[in-house]
Design a protein around this ligand. Structure first.
Ligand code: ZN
Ligand code: CA
Length: 374
């Protein structure tokens, strides 16, 4: 039922419209126009002001039988850098960029799939529950579009987020993450004339970092120090080092414990001191995104597996490695899983989209909706 050529055309049109985070308006208006042509009214929520972007999340409702509970379908409109002036190259059964930008299949493939499904629904008799279409903004800069979404506008208890890679994966789990910003204050001094009056913040910070457990801590948990900045000149004992790090885990307690270990290692510097001086350490921890976990026997997952089985696709449950809008939806009470769109190696100039998989993904969603009882 999916019109493959039309789906591909829509995808190609979407990726040619620049839409870096906070600059999604043009592509959102394109989607709004497509929906309008189908006869579906799509409206922006009020998140634009709070996000400081040029538009908010785009939301549309498609009526269905009152006896069915609504289902949310979501994809995000923004893309990462380098993402301006994308020139798609269609080769064999894949789409790639010209090598100077990302492709933007993350997540325009998801957007194209949703638009195609709605077009099919207009043309053919397709059973489906009431749908709540959500095109979010600012996913790539901390899921803030989803965080700031007007949830009063959504009534669906379940959602499908089309923002995964492999079309045989159902992502039902994703970690929670903390971001740490740390400042180590020492004391400045001339390195040649009076080093004994100084307290070297670089030395201190390196002591704290050296005793951290970083990388993969266990199967569920990782930690990283990713940025370090400090010092002014070789002849000055540096008085400040700024460090940025993160920790992630599929287990809330483990995340808390790893975060605590990192904080403790730096805080310890205040007691240890050096050169008879006591440094000052400032630490700010903020949650990047909350944990996502949908139980594997949840009816939504069963429905997805059932639809896949009808199509002869063997699905597997997958644990994601990072946050997505689905993390946020789940904390807002919308049980959501992530399905694949056929994209791979996102966030790189080597990003590609398998056209056949995008088409299959669209068919899978149609089959899922057609089970009626969602
Ligand atoms: Zn994405
Ligand atoms: Ca992404």
């Amino acid at each position: 039922m999916i019109n493959s050529a039309r789906l591909l055309d829509t995808f190609l049109e979407l990726i040619k419209i620049d839409s870096l985070s906070k600059e999604e308006k043009e592509v959102a208006l394109y989607c709004q126009k497509v929906l309008q042509d189908i006869g579906i009214e799509a409206l922006f929520d009020t998140s634009a002001e709070r996000l400081g972007g040029n538009c908010g999340n785009l939301i549309a409702k498609v009526p269905g039988p009152e006896t069915s509970q609504p289902l949310m379908l979501c994809a995000h409109l923004d893309t990462v850098n380098p993402g301006k002036g994308i020139k798609p190259v269609v080769q064999d059964n894949i789409v790639k960029s010209d090598g100077t930008t990302i492709l933007g299949a993350d997540d325009k493939a998801g957007v194209a799939i949703i638009l195609e499904i709605l077009r099919v629904m207009r043309e053919k008799e397709v059973n489906h529950p009431p749908l709540e279409i959500v095109f979010t903004v600012c996913e790539e800069i901390g899921l803030v579009g989803a965080k700031e979404l007007d949830y009063d506008l959504i009534t669906a208890p379940w959602g499908i987020v089309l923002d995964g890679g492999s079309i045989t994966d159902v992502t039902n789990r994703a970690p929670t993450a903390n971001r740490l910003s740390i400042k180590v204050h020492g004391r400045e001094a001339h390195a040649g004339i009076a080093p004994e009056t100084g307290l070297n913040a670089i030395t201190l910070a390196s002591q704290a970092i050296a005793r951290l457990q970083l990388g993969r801590i266990d199967e569920e948990t990782t930690a990283n120090i990713g940025l370090i900045k400090g010092g002014v000149a070789t002849n000055i004992v540096p008085n400040l080092v700024e460090i940025e790090g993160e920790a992630r885990s599929h287990d809330q307690k483990k995340l808390a414990s790893v975060t605590e270990d990192i904080c403790h290692s730096f805080k310890k510097l205040e007691q240890e001191g050096g050169n008879g001086l006591k440094p000052k350490v400032e630490i700010a921890v903020r949650q990047d995104y909350p944990l996502m976990k949908v139980e594997k026997d949840h009816p939504l997952i069963k429905k997805v597996f059932e639809a896949a089985r009808k199509m002869g696709i063997k699905m597997t449950l997958k644990k994601g490695g990072g946050g997505s809008d689905a993390n946020i939806f789940n904390t807002k009470g919308i049980v959501s899983v992530i399905l694949g769109t056929g994209m791979s190696t996102p966030h790189s100039v080597n990003e590609i989209l398998k056209i056949e998989d995008m088409v299959k993904s669209a068919s899978l969603i149609l089959t899922l909706l057609d089970q009626g009882s969602l």
